[in-house]
Write a new protein. Structure first.
Ligand SMILES: [Zn+2]
Ligand SMILES: [Zn+2]
Length: 295
């Protein structure tokens, strides 16, 4: 039933969006982390014995679609992401400014396709807290950047690190959320490198990696490569945001739809974050709507 297992820590792959991979803890205290993988396997786990905790790494729709299967479990999230579980509009608002029609389309998608049910967070995850499951324990590491409240989880006895949406895929880090931040993403990844894990489990993609920080470096490099491509593009000539977005520096020129997702929205949001970062560093200037490379 499991795609990876070590002691009481189990792993189930979830496949494509809006699914993600789940981690299960089968100790005296039992938990499901990111309940968005395979509903039958999640139910089988629940049918074995009571699931005490339902834990989410962060508030995105592809990490909550089977939360509703665990109404009796104590629900955990970081306080900074908690409002987005309690009100669907709060979650939709994370994705930036959009027309009222698009906003409504998002809310409908979350409710109808992602089984969004408003839910109050029972317990807040905080950096450094250790959760005791009897047979193992888990350290919460607050790793903002993807979202403000994003957390990763380390199991010291098994030396397993669940990196959630710092997912080490070749697609690279995602920071298109309103609360996303490139600098924080970099710092969070640097912090993950310090953890002496034997295994990395991730929320997307193949999901199981040897605990080698080179995977984190490869993932970090994607951020810097994107920035280099942006600089090269602006070195050729000053451009406005629409022109830069159309170049598809992050997701390619004709990005596909992902569920309700129009990736050009993400492209635009992420380019804005890169432009802001370069402006802060004094490497870019702006004339009217045009961004100009200064060095
Ligand atoms: Zn996410
Ligand atoms: Zn995700």
């Amino acid at each position: 039933m499991y795609d990876f297992s070590k002691g009481p820590v189990k792993f189930i792959r979830g496949g494509s969006y809006p699914h993600c991979n789940s981690v299960l803890v089968d100790g005296r205290v039992r938990a499901v982390i990111d309940a968005a993988s395979d509903p039958e396997k999640l139910m089988a786990f629940k049918n074995q014995a009571r699931v005490d905790f339902l834990i989410t790494s962060h508030a995105h729709e592809d990490h909550l679609i089977y939360n509703y299967l665990f109404p009796e479990s104590a629900f955990y999230s970081h306080s900074l992401d908690a409002p987005h579980f309690e009100e669907v509009k709060s979650l939709a608002d994370c994705y930036g400014d959009m027309s009222p029609e698009t906003f409504q389309k998002w809310c409908d998608f979350f409710v109808k396709e992602c089984n969004y049910v408003p839910r109050k967070v029972d317990q807040f995850l905080e950096d450094g807290i250790v959760m005791d499951f009897g047979e193992t324990r888990m350290e919460v590491i607050h790793t903002p950047g993807h979202t403000e409240g994003h957390c990763v989880f380390y199991f010291p006895p098994e030396r397993i690190l669940f990196t959630a949406d710092l997912d080490l895929t070749r697609a690279g880090p995602y920071y298109a959320d309103r609360t996303s931040d490139i600098e924080k993403t970099i710092r969070s990844l640097e912090r993950m490198k310090e953890i002496k894990a034997e295994t990395y489990l991730t929320a997307h993609g193949k999901g199981v990696y040897e605990g080698d920080p080179a995977y984190i470096d490869r993932y970090l490099k994607i951020i810097f490569d994107r920035e280099d491509r942006l600089i090269d593009s602006l070195r050729r000539e000053p451009k406005n945001l629409e022109q830069i977005t159309a170049e598809g520096i992050i997701y390619g020129k004709n990005p596909t739809f992902l569920g309700a997702w129009d990736l050009t929205l993400s492209e635009r949001m992420m380019i804005v974050k890169h432009l802001d970062r370069l402006m802060e560093k004094g490497r870019l200037g702006k004339e009217g709507k045009f961004f100009i490379l200064l060095d």
